[in-house]
Design a protein around this ligand. Structure first.
Ligand code: NAD
Ligand code: UD1
Length: 348
């Protein structure tokens, strides 16, 4: 049985955790990443965690020549495609770079997969493709719409994958729509390492707890939610990683192609910003000074998944709690105050 998986973006936050889970599930992995938003140290740490070296290629998914060399060398069962840019604000400022990386890069990868008759893909999509949902929880048939170039790039790739599946029924194109991944590996060895001041809530909270940032601004306390603050479906990154393993196992069991298959990866439970802050304080015994600020442009009130399809098809369900998410985030932050950077390299 061919168990070899190409992991694009495997040095990144979700990719590195998924590499550990894949190895534990018996897969051979080859990581392909241009390190534009990650560090080689993450690959080293994954190697240490799994107890063996990882084959790593520093390369861009837009480089067809290099991808071909990799496909010449290895016969892959499939590709898990994490590589892409993900900062919403930056995507508004630099849309061409986002469309080039996320859309052209994916087209390039699909072309090479087609050349080499590799038809199994797991693509990292996002709950952002649902825009401002009309009904909650959000299921996979909910309408899709996006308001920023990052979201549009994910939605465009989803459309491309849909068209590809119609064009030829050999394809298995599982599109995982992640809700809000947080947390870190329980070892404290790998975790989320934002380059700059974090945009996302959990890394911001943990840097306030560590004293690197002075105060959290809570964007909006007048939403129509349990306490006026935004509600999200936070999911532990190791549960998310297991979701990829479950999706691969599902693919391996199919006797006919699945085409374009979108599946939510969330817990199904909404947690408000204030509830997350309280849980973090209670779990870690750190103080988190905060103030209420204006709503952030583009934010929605509430977003949480229906996780039924993943359970039904993959037999997968998120297991870890908000307490686990806070505990593991704080362990990673405490053990790696400067992320993967050495102290001398670190600047803020
Ligand atoms: P990340 O930035 O930590 O990881 C992405 C990796 O891709 C990085 O290692 C980066 O160096 C690499 N990369 C970027 N462009 C590349 C290119 N052109 N060629 C090769 N490598 C490239 O991000 P993440 O949080 O691990 O997210 C992984 C995927 O999941 C992304 O596609 C992201 O859009 C998607 N996603 C993330 C979230 C989230 O909250 N983290 C939510 C929904 C979807
Ligand atoms: C954001 C992106 C989304 C992307 C996801 C993962 C936007 C509008 N959406 O989702 O497209 O897929 O990240 O990268 O950027 N919050 C604060 N203070 C902060 C940071 C966040 O109050 O300093 C609040 C937000 O207003 C929101 C919640 O925390 O209510 C979660 O925010 P965040 O972690 O940025 O995730 P999303 O906005 O859900």
């Amino acid at each position: 049985m061919n168990n070899k998986i190409l992991v694009t973006g495997g040095a990144g936050y979700i990719g590195s955790h998924t590499c550990v889970a894949l190895h534990q599930a018996g897969y051979d992995i080859v990581v392909y990443d241009n390190l534009s938003n990650s560090s080689y140290e993450a690959v080293n740490r994954v190697s240490a965690l799994i107890g063996q070296p990882i084959e790593f290629i520093e390369g861009d998914i837009r480089n067809a020549g290099l991808l071909r060399e990799v496909f010449d060398k290895h016969r892959f069962f499939g590709v898990i495609h994490f590589a892409g840019l993900k900062a919403v604000g930056e995507s508004v400022a630099r849309p061409l770079i986002y469309y080039d990386n996320n859309v052209s890069g994916t087209i390039n990868l699909l072309n090479v997969m087609e050349e080499y008759s590799v038809s199994n893909l797991i693509f990292s999509s996002s709950a952002t493709v649902y825009g401002d949902p009309e009904t909650l929880p959000i299921n996979e048939t909910s309408p899709r719409s996006c308001t920023n170039p990052y979201g549009q790039s994910k939605l465009t790739v989803e459309h491309i994958l849909g068209d590809l599946a119609v064009s030829n029924d050999k394809w298995n194109l599982i599109t995982l729509r992640y809700f809000n991944p947080v947390g870190a590996h329980p070892s404290g060895q790998i975790g989320e390492d934002p380059n700059d001041i974090p945009n996302n809530l959990m890394p911001y909270i943990s840097q306030v707890a560590a004293g690197k940032l002075t105060k959290l601004s809570i964007f909006g306390n007048d939403y129509s939610t349990v306490d006026g603050t935004g509600v999200r479906d936070f999911i532990h990154v190791t549960d998310l990683a297991q979701g990829h393993v479950a999706a691969l196992s599902y693919l391996k069991k199919q006797s006919s192609p699945v085409g374009f298959l979108p599946v939510n990866l969330g817990t199904g439970k909404g947690t408000s910003v204030l509830e997350l802050v309280s849980a973090f304080i209670e779990t870690t015994k750190q103080s988190i000074p905060y103030k209420f600020a204006a709503r952030r442009e583009g934010d929605i009130a509430s977003c949480y998944a229906s996780a039924d399809k993943a359970k039904k098809l993959f037999g997968w369900k998120a297991k870890l709690s908000i307490t686990d998410m806070c505990q593991d985030t704080w362990r990673w932050q405490s053990m790696n105050p400067n992320g993967y950077k050495s102290i001398s390299e670190y600047k803020i």
